[in-house]
Design a protein around this ligand. Structure first.
Ligand code: HAX
Length: 419
């Protein structure tokens, strides 16, 4: 059903792009300054991403829907939205759930690979190795080797994507139980949604934790095309590497402390505050703590963003979840107080272009509250969710025939001679 819906849309999207290129192909959409060339290409409009857009003052907008208007959706419904641009009806939702469930068993070789790694491997290392090992089952690779036409690449990319997204909760939950000695792996439950099943396989049965997982896995799904994880995945995918290798490449970027690993750093910081004050400090004490940290040349984790210039709506959604479900918890209370204190400190400090909280500022405290305390695992949750956005972008790029990525680099010598 999903493939049929997409086939119809894709031929329409191809026509649309064809017309845009015919009418505006030579129009300029960006100038590039020397600052930008040395500055991580910030702000250069040089990529197309159809699944979502990030506006500096509103945050994430998925296919035209501002994030805070669709937080009630299940992650798999968001996946359908990312791919097709439509909210799924009941039949479409069941179809995608059935497809994901059909792939929720993890191949045995994945466990063999994982159990051969050192016991203290980082969970993100385990995750990306597990994903890469699944390359052996790539339908895309098999079809490519048989010589299927280029116009059909997206179909096998989607096929692999669904295979991967279906298996990811089981892989990630297995990593959690293996890495943190939680006992035997737990089999997927019948009649559970994708995120509910993940909570179940992790070993957390409470309804509120399942609700948190549904929210967590929908909020982290996508953040347009230029962030480190999406951009890295799409670059690798543009060389027609399999979806397994391409997703693993992007998630290796998500494992960096300035990107997805920030959520572990952020909770570490909140716990540091808690230990230092032996509880939740008052606002003045917290303000001084932030200043001391900045004066030691360290960042305030969970604050700042390369694109956003407002509180991240993903943070807002987590904060309201916490306010609704968490009462009298010192850790969450530090997160709330930081929101009152850190933006003013960062504004006065004057360096960060965005003094507001990002997605990572609250999520860890919620996981911690429900007993998921192994914070070096947190980026794995982010990864499961972000894979939906990466796969959606990859399918669309392949359907639109986006060629291999190859921006031009220049040398400092060139800059000196030509500016
Ligand atoms: N605390 C202290 N200083 C900060 C800061 C913060 N939270 N955020 C930015 N700055 C500093 C930068 O380090 C930079 O200093 P230098 O000029 O000395 O290098 C200066 O302010 C300008 O940075 P910027 O342009 O505002 O921000 P960047 O686009 O360079 O970086 C980051 C964006 C998110 C990496 C940055 O704000 C940061 O390091 N924040 C803390 C870590 C964090 O929360 N990361 C998670 C981001 C969300 C995400 O992608 N998750 O996956």
């Amino acid at each position: 059903m999903l493939q049929k819906v997409l086939s119809e849309k894709i031929s329409h999207w191809q026509d649309e792009i064809h017309t845009v290129l015919e009418q505006a192909g030579e129009k300029k959409i960006s100038d590039v300054s020397v600052n930008q060339a040395y500055g991580g290409m910030r702000g250069i409009k040089g990529l197309i991403c159809e699944t979502s857009a990030v506006s500096a003052d509103k945050g994430l907008i998925i296919r035209g829907y501002p994030l805070l208007e669709i937080t009630q959706l299940l992650p798999e419904e968001v996946f359908y939205l990312l791919l097709t641009g439509d909210l799924p009806d009941q039949a479409a939702k069941e179809d995608i759930q059935n497809q994901l469930n059909a792939h929720n068993n993890v191949p045995e070789y994945v466990w063999n690979v994982l159990s051969s790694l050192p016991d203290d491997s980082h969970p993100m290392t385990m995750l990306t190795i597990a994903i890469q090992s699944m390359q052996v089952d790539s339908e895309f690779v098999k079809k490519y080797d048989k010589g299927v036409p280029k116009k059909d690449y997206w179909k096998w990319t989607l096929d692999d994507g669904i295979r991967l997204i279906g298996a990811l909760p089981g892989i990630a939950a297995g990593i959690y139980r293996m890495r943190f000695n939680k006992g035997e792996r737990i089999e997927p439950g019948n009649n559970l949604d994708w995120a509910g099943n993940y909570a179940h396989m992790l070993g957390f049965e409470g309804d509120d934790f399942k609700k948190l997982m549904r929210l967590y896995l929908m909020l982290h799904c996508d953040h347009e095309g230029g962030n480190v994880s999406a951009f890295s995945s799409l670059t690798v995918s543009s060389a027609l590497s399999s979806p397994f290798l391409s997703v693993a490449a992007g998630l290796n970027g998500l494992a960096g402390p300035l990107h997805g690993l920030a959520n572990q750093e952020c909770l570490k910081f909140v716990l540091e505050v808690h230990d230092y004050f032996n509880g939740a400090p008052d606002k003045q004490e917290l303000e001084k703590f932030c200043w001391d940290r900045l004066q030691n040349g360290r960042v305030i984790p969970g604050y700042g963003h390369a694109v956003l210039r407002c509180p991240d709506p993903r943070f807002t959604a987590f904060l309201s979840f916490g306010k609704k479900h968490i009462i009298n918890d010192n850790i969450f209370s530090i997160v709330e107080k930081l929101y009152e204190v850190a933006p003013n400190v960062l504004k006065e400090h004057g360096k960060a272009k965005n003094p507001w909280p990002n997605v990572d500022a609250a999520s860890g405290s919620l996981l911690y509250f429900y007993g998921l305390k192994e914070f070096n695992y947190y980026t794995v949750l982010f990864s499961i969710s972000r894979t939906m956005g990466i796969i959606s972008q990859m399918v669309i790029n392949r359907a639109m025939g986006i060629p291999i990525m190859r921006p031009k680099s220049i040398t400092t010598e060139w800059v000196k001679k030509n500016t």
